[in-house]
Design a protein around this ligand. Structure first.
Ligand code: FES
Length: 127
């Protein structure tokens, strides 16, 4: 797949990693290396040449489906119709593999998500 060029002022595909009361909490999900997950995502962003950004957030709402990661489209992805994708139960390496593969391919609006990742997507909470 041909990489989408980055234009000046354009925002990259970004991950919002929930780290509120439940996401990232070892008492709620003791089998996951939560700090290691966040470190892996940040390392991927640092190595992406500006194509991926990662930030954390306080509770995003759907705590029962922790850990939540929201994949936000790049400026180009949004222009092409991509919308934020809410991924639930991001508790294992395979989920991160899928998220990183998708964002490397361009993310929402640019490339379809891996089929296994699509199964983990939830509707965003209503405000
Ligand atoms: S702490 Fe992540 S949804 Fe509440």
């Amino acid at each position: 797949m041909t990489p989408v060029p980055i234009r000046y002022g354009a925002r990259p595909c970004s991950l919002v990693v929930c780290r509120g009361c439940c996401c990232g909490d070892a008492r709620k999900n003791p089998g996951t290396d939560h700090a290691g997950q966040l470190a892996r995502l940040r390392e991927a962003a640092a190595a992406s040449g500006g194509r991926l950004a990662v930030r954390t957030s306080d509770c995003l709402g759907p705590c029962a489906q922790a850990n939540i990661v929201v994949v936000q489209p790049s400026t180009e992805g949004r222009r092409r119709g991509g919308r934020a994708a809410w991924v639930a139960f991001t508790l294992d390496d395979e989920a991160l593999d899928d998220i990183l593969a998708w964002t490397a391919a361009g993310g929402p609006g640019i490339a379809p998500p891996p089929a296994t990742l699509a199964l983990q997507m939830i509707d965003p909470p209503k405000n």
